[in-house]
Write a protein that binds this ligand. Structure first.
Ligand code: NAD
Length: 410
């Protein structure tokens, strides 16, 4: 099938490369000319394990092409995915849909025949209806279907997640779109991946409900961790003890400094806003968001406490900056709030991250970056391990202790 991805970010690039690998002809479009120029030179603008090889292979075979020219790509497309960002709207926390609607108008202007326009971006319930309205208003002459196909991939494991998903969710309002989407996912369907067909609004809500539930699991175990600390219990063993129950499941039960990233914070907020607008408030999700916000700064207070109650003038070594391992994504990373709170308390920050330093430099001020973990620790008054990169599991703790000015590891 001839597929166009509008938006070549984390989701658009991974999805585009995987669809090409299924045998489809994929054009990835982005309005960021620098990003497309890099991709045309074979450079991958993000860090995602295995993505470079997958892009290189499919680009070489001619099944994956990159362009800034949306018009010619869309004019030949059978399926157009919208994979642009839907960040929090400044001021009110609703999803900012301006990129989605701008892309919709551009797509409308350039379609030449029947196509299915599919939202892969995470969009609030009802967005598909508005996309359909825009398409019909701009192009009353055209037959077009609008579908929802939310993406569940995890950064850091995006390719295996895309190729072996727990499920694929597709929301359609007509049979023709359903047939096209079944064809798009036929290679996965043949592999027995459950394909859940539903209506468009339900599909849109499934994505938000999934993220809110996962955020709730994290929020829950984090509060249980505090209770464990206060009572002498071990949260990892509690997590294992409850996670072995099939009704609960062991994933997303790792206590930590709070969730971050490009999805959970904005999606939980947007869901709360939608729910309030329609008079069906989500008090559990609201509690999760509040607890998570407080947790990030609370982590900094723990570091201060471990340093004897005062970090003014002290150097704190931060190991790990990205919101989770195996990505360079710094969006809403807990490290940002922790570092800012430590700086507010007068600490000097030296940081090391295996992949995230370049993005971190655009978000954090007055941070010294080290070339490796040991260099980061040398002479520091305390170390704070924020992101669980595998290489930190292998640190030689005797060497860590010898390098630190005082043996404090949080
Ligand atoms: P991103 O910011 O990495 O990429 C979006 C890209 O779209 C950018 O490169 C931007 O230049 C481009 N773009 C914006 N408007 C455009 C236009 N009109 N034409 C062409 N290109 C345009 O975002 P992302 O992380 O890939 O997320 C995209 C969507 O997928 C969001 O809604 C997000 O919530 C959702 N999502 C993300 C993940 C994830 O792990 N990152 C997972 C599931 C769902």
């Amino acid at each position: 099938m001839r597929i166009v991805m509008v938006g070549t970010g984390y989701v658009g690039l991974v999805s585009g490369a995987c669809f090409a690998d299924f045998g489809h002809d994929v054009t990835c479009v982005d309005k960021d000319a620098g990003k497309i120029a890099a991709l045309l030179k074979g450079e991958i603008p993000i860090f995602e394990p295995g993505l470079d090889a997958l892009v290189e292979k499919n680009a070489r075979n001619g099944r994956l092409v990159f362009t800034t020219d949306l018009s010619s790509a869309v004019s030949r497309a059978e399926v157009v995915f919208i994979a642009v960002g839907t960040p929090s709207r400044r001021g009110d926390g609703h999803a900012d849909l301006s990129y989605v609607y701008d892309a919709t108008r551009e797509i409308a202007r350039n379609l030449t025949g029947y196509a299915v326009v599919v939202t892969k971006s995470t969009v609030p319930v009802g967005t598909g209806d508005e996309i359909e309205r825009i398409l019909r208003e701009e192009r009353p002459d055209l037959e077009v279907s609008v579908a929802s196909n939310p993406e569940f991939l995890r950064e850091g494991a995006a390719i295996p997640d895309f190729k072996r998903p727990d499920r694929i969710v597709v929301g359609c309002e007509d049979e023709r779109a359903k047939e096209v989407m079944a064809e798009v996912y036929r290679p996965l369907y043949l592999n027995q991946a459950p394909l859940v067909f539903t209506r468009r609004r339900t599909s849109e809500l499934i994505k938000y409900a999934a993220n809110a539930f996962l955020a709730t699991k994290i929020g829950f175990i984090n509060e249980i961790a505090d209770l464990c600390e206060a009572t002498g219990a071990n949260v990892q063993e509690v997590a294992r003890g409850i996670g072995l129950d099939n009704r609960i499941g062991s994933k997303f039960l790792h206590a930590g400094p709070g969730y971050g990233g490009s999805c959970f914070p904005k999606d939980t907020l947007a869901l709360i806003r939608t729910a309030n607008d329609v008079g069906a408030p989500l008090s559990i999700v609201e509690a999760v968001v509040n607890a998570n916000d407080k947790r990030k700064r609370a982590m900094a207070r723990r570091v201060v406490a471990a340093c004897g109650g005062d970090v003014r003038g002290k150097t704190i070594a931060i190991l790990g900056l990205t919101f989770k391992p195996n990505t360079d994504d710094m969006r809403e990373a807990p490290s940002i709030a922790i570092i800012q709170a430590l700086q507010d308390a007068g600490a000097k920050i030296r940081a090391y991250d295996p992949e995230g330093s370049e993005q971190a430099k655009t978000m954090l001020a007055h941070v010294e970056y080290a070339a490796n973990a040991y260099a980061c620790l040398e002479g520091a008054d305390a170390a704070c391990l924020v992101t669980e990169w595998d290489e930190f599991r292998a640190l030689d703790l005797d060497r860590v202790k010898a390098l630190l000015a005082s043996p404090v590891l949080v």
